[in-house]
Design a protein around this ligand. Structure first.
Ligand code: AMP
Length: 513
């Protein structure tokens, strides 16, 4: 492991540390423009002053809709300066999905970029603000004001909030089996712990890291942003994902750490120029969220860089496991590595009793950095823990005699598509809201490109015959694109288990056949 990094209280303390110690070092790159740590600190202070002028106070929530661009990082750090809680919104979300997060998190202000990928956010943000009594709606980025999005007020002097480690920093929405996304409240302590431990595991001083993950995902906030800030590195922010651009940027910006979800890493090696690009600046290729196929691991192995997989989830913030520096390709493909020695981890049976090495059990963890609660949902928070206080991840694994954890499945039936979590119940509820759908059952089918894709089995209402293309168009309208099932199968009835529940194992078998 690399030399220990300081354990400070909040991300803003790392900003201050490097703005003092390395003011001219690169902090952020975006669309050809570089920001030093000094410049980033100035922008953060100006943003905090503007947010204070707009009425944001300690403990308030501020929702931010943005692609990964400097405004994402500047608003995050400015919110922390004021002791406010930052809530990211994904520009890919439909109005319905945005409305859920805004209704649930009740932000005082919404900040939004004006447009992305041909979509104007003006009308949606105005509607959200009036529907959910949001006090202020402001434009961020360089697009200028729009009819409904105002320019932020000029900065006023503000007092830096004395953040405590256990204070809420951000809310990350993650769905449960009920299909309704819940807001996991993450503390400064959890974010800092996750970031420092992972930065130390990465062993790259002042890393230069591309970031194209959605800003509302814990991997963007902790694994990419946090680890980079903790180690005084540079984040290269990319508004959208283009594997060709990432390859070109590795060469041009001398990027050191390629850390992403397997789908992104897979698409990068498939680029025609992968073999002749100068990738000699790379020191680390790391992934999480899902396994990376061994053929792809072998391609990255040829680069002679450190390879690592990590396993964690929104609620644990930090990675629960890391593969060792000398892990073989087999260990990297088949396992998620060793437990973080700083966390208490056990595998437990249905009665929450620890199982022996080699036996299957649910991964359960105890740590002071875990999520604080599901926002406004005490029952769901309590249900996430065992009676003796361990957080239940829902992931089922086996500890191998060599100390590496192999994940074998999930207690819930979540689908993992291209690194995104897709919750069948959410799609089923969407389909069942149609007049011509009596019942829907959604399962995951293995897919070479995305790891898994959703497949929907639909029982029509008597006397109707829904067209699969219409169902797909309907889902596209209601759900983010990564949740839209690839196939819609119209069936007269669904296979049922003896207790009357849909037999999803049988559907998975049919989908694979
Ligand atoms: P999220 O809350 O979006 O970070 O998703 C967390 C889930 O992704 C975990 O509960 C696991 O089921 C899965 N996951 C995370 N990392 C890995 C990994 N390295 N290999 C396989 N599955 C993973």
């Amino acid at each position: 492991m690399t030399s220990a990094l300081p354990r400070l209280t909040s991300f803003t303390d790392y900003l201050d540390l490097y703005a003092r110690a390395r003011p001219d070092a690169d902090a952020v790159w975006h669309a050809g423009t570089l920001l030093s740590y000094r410049a980033l600190a100035e922008q953060v202070d100006a943003m905090a002053g503007s947010l204070a002028a707009a009425g944001l106070r300690a403990g308030d929530r501020v929702a931010v809709l943005s692609t990964p661009r400097p405004e994402y990082l500047v608003t995050l750090l400015a919110a922390f300066r004021l002791g406010a809680v930052w809530v990211g919104l994904n520009p890919k979300y439909t109005y319905r999905e945005l409305a859920h997060v805004v209704a649930d998190s009740r932000p005082r202000l919404i900040l939004s970029i004006a447009r992305a990928e041909g979509r104007e956010f003006d009308t949606d943000i105005a509607r959200l603000a009036s529907e959910f009594a949001v006090e202020g709606r402001y434009v961020i980025g360089d697009d200028g004001p729009t009819p409904a999005l105002h320019r932020l007020p000029a900065p006023v002097p503000f007092v830096r909030h004395p953040v405590a480690p256990g204070d809420a920093a951000t809310i990350v929405y993650t769905s449960g089996s009920s299909g309704t996304p819940k807001g996991a409240v993450l503390s400064h302590r959890g974010l800092v712990y996750a970031s420092v431990v992972e930065a130390e595991m990465n062993e790259v001083p002042h890393p230069r890291v591309p970031c194209n993950l959605p800003i509302n995902h814990v991997a963007c906030i902790a694994d990419l942003t946090g680890t980079t800030l903790a180690a005084g590195g540079m984040l290269a922010l990319l508004d959208s994902f283009d594997p060709a651009e990432i390859l070109e940027l590795i060469e041009r910006l001398k990027l050191t750490n390629l850390m992403s979800v397997p789908t992104v890493l897979q698409l990068i090696v498939m680029q025609p120029d992968f073999d002749w690009r100068d990738l000699s600046s790379l020191r680390l290729v790391a992934w999480g969220g899902a396994p990376l196929p061994i053929e792809v691991i072998r391609v990255y192995r040829r680069l002679g860089v450190q390879l690592m997989t990590v396993y964690g989830m929104t609620e644990t913030i930090a990675s629960i496991t890391f593969t060792a520096r000398d892990a073989s390709d087999e260990v990297l493909a088949e396992t998620v590595g060793h437990f973080d020695p700083g966390m208490q981890v056990r595998l437990a049976d249905e009665q929450d009793r620890a199982v022996a090495v080699g036996e299957q059990g649910e991964v359960q963890v105890r740590h002071e950095g875990l999520f604080l609660e599901y926002f406004g949902r005490p029952d769901a928070t309590a249900a996430a823990y065992s009676a003796d206080g361990w957080f239940k991840t829902g992931d089922v694994g086996v500890l191998r005699p060599d100390g590496n954890l192999r994940l074998v499945g999930r207690r819930s039936d979540m689908i993992k598509s291209g690194g995104y979590n897709v919750y069948p119940r959410e799609i089923e509820l969407c389909l069942e809201s149609r007049g011509d759908v009596a019942l829907a059952a959604v399962i995951g089918r293995p897919d070479e490109k995305f790891g898994e894709v959703a497949v929907a089995y639909v029982v029509p209402q008597p006397g109707t015959r829904p067209d699969p293309e219409c169902l797909k168009a309907f889902c596209r309208d209601q759900l983010a694109n990564y949740k839209v099932p690839k196939d819609f199968v119209i069936v007269d009835e669904l296979p049922l288990l003896p207790v009357g529940k849909v037999d999803k194992q049988e559907l998975r078998r049919r989908a694979r056949a």
